[in-house]
Design a protein around this ligand. Structure first.
Ligand code: NAI
Ligand code: MG
Length: 366
């Protein structure tokens, strides 16, 4: 079947890092005979400049029809003063919402060559390979009622609500267990069941799901405050962590710092399967458009290259090629090449382009 891949480079360094992914796509065609049904579109400020909107209906329709979307980053000072609905970031929020992306996968992987760049001791993080799975469309960030009210006495009240239905818990849980099956078969479900009833339901549903469908995967539970502590104390104890939207927002940023650089962090967001069983999916680096270094051929392309590897693994069932790309990234780092953001004493500082070429050269050796 044709692999429909939509590429949305976006703004700033998004364009530069995506150009490096293009090299890898070319390589896959030439050397592995893997062809994509490829199209490229505009999002963010780049789309606003042409279409007057950060996400056109045409691009959205293409995204909904694609097997996977690979996105660079959006935003920049040029568009900072636009009214809210025209801001580049609106384009991103809209595409995520329309694609129904309820599961956010944030791997935290420490490449041995970079273990010293972590804020923690090298021995605590070297070889780290965990996956944080954040529920993305429910929980505290979306629950109703919400808002700020003025009370009769003139004082005010702010309200947000933590809500999950059994179906919402089960669909994110299912992704957690399926991921664990492809990894080390352990899921840690993070909640606050000692205080929040909603997460008592979360925990009960996770247990039921494991009993019913995933007895080959080990399930454990942890309170979120302890999980934050354990992530910093001994992160290697985890395999897959699955958690509520806000808990996941915080824990995934915490885990990001274990790995050292924003320029190294990939992500994937998955939605519900459509009628044909195809799961909507969007892959993007965690970083933004980095206006401070945009246009200077300085950005680290590895987060986007690793996001593309996730795309091959989860949307196109090309685990072997995904492994090859990850191995090539490791080899390049081991060889001593560094972009500015991950620069270390004694290493060679290289441009975005040279880093991209080096990954392809490593692939050539395989
Ligand atoms: P940012 O992630 O763009 O940059 C933060 C810092 O990290 C900057 O110093 C930047 O140079 C550096 N950096 C980021 N990615 C890098 C890479 N690949 N290689 C080397 N250095 C890298 O976040 P910031 O500065 O808060 O936002 C800049 C713009 O990006 C804003 O318009 C913001 O709204 C947008 N943004 C977009 C996101 C997205 O498209 N998903 C996510 C975050 C921010
Ligand atoms: Mg965050």
């Amino acid at each position: 079947a044709a692999k429909k891949l939509l590429i949305l480079p976006g703004d700033g360094i998004g364009v530069e890092v995506m150009a490096q992914v293009r090299r890898i796509i070319d390589w896959l065609g030439k050397r592995r005979k893997i062809e994509f049904d490829l199209s490229e579109g505009l999002i963010g400020g780049a789309s606003y400049d042409v279409h007057g909107t950060p996400l056109s209906d045409g691009t959205l329709a293409e995204a909904l029809a694609a097997d996977a979307v690979l996105l660079g980053a959006v935003g920049g000072p040029k568009w900072d003063n636009l009214p809210f609905q025209f801001k580049p970031e609106r384009g991103l929020l809209k595409i995520r919402k329309e694609m129904g992306l309820f599961a956010n996968l944030r791997p935290a992987t420490v490449f041995d060559a970079l273990a010293e760049a972590s804020t923690l001791k090298a021995e605590v993080v070297s070889g780290l390979d965990i996956m944080i799975l954040r529920e993305l469309t429910g929980g505290l960030y979306f629950g109703e009622p919400r808002g700020i009210e003025t009370l009769p006495d003139g004082s005010r009240k702010g309200v947000n609500t933590l809500v999950y239905t059994t179906e919402e818990v089960r669909r994110i849980g299912r992704i957690a267990f399926e991921l664990a099956r492809k990894r080390n078969k352990r899921v840690c479900s993070v909640d606050k069941a000692n205080v929040l009833e909603c997460t008592v339901l979360w925990r009960e549903e996770m247990i039921k799901l494991q009993q019913e469908e995933f007895q080959d995967v080990e399930l454990s539970h942890m309170y979120v405050d302890n999980a934050a502590m354990q992530l910093v104390r001994n992160p290697k104890q985890f395999d897959v962590m699955v958690t509520e939207n806000m808990f996941g927002d915080i824990l995934s940023d915490c885990a990001a710092m274990l790995t050292g650089s924003l320029g190294m962090l990939p992500s994937a967001s998955l939605g519900a399967p459509d009628a044909t069983g195809r799961r909507r999916a969007l892959y993007e680096p965690v970083h933004g458009s980095a206006p401070d270094i945009a246009g200077k051929d300085m950005a680290n392309p590895l987060a986007t290259i690793l996001s593309f590897a996730m795309c091959l693994r989860y949307s196109f069932d090309l685990a072997e090629e995904a492994d090859m790309i990850e191995a090539a990234v490791k080899a390049v780092l081991k060889g001593g090449l560094r972009t500015g953001d991950i620069m270390q004493v004694g290493k060679a500082k290289v441009s975005t382009t040279v880093m991209g070429e080096a990954v392809v050269r490593e692939l050539d050796k395989m």
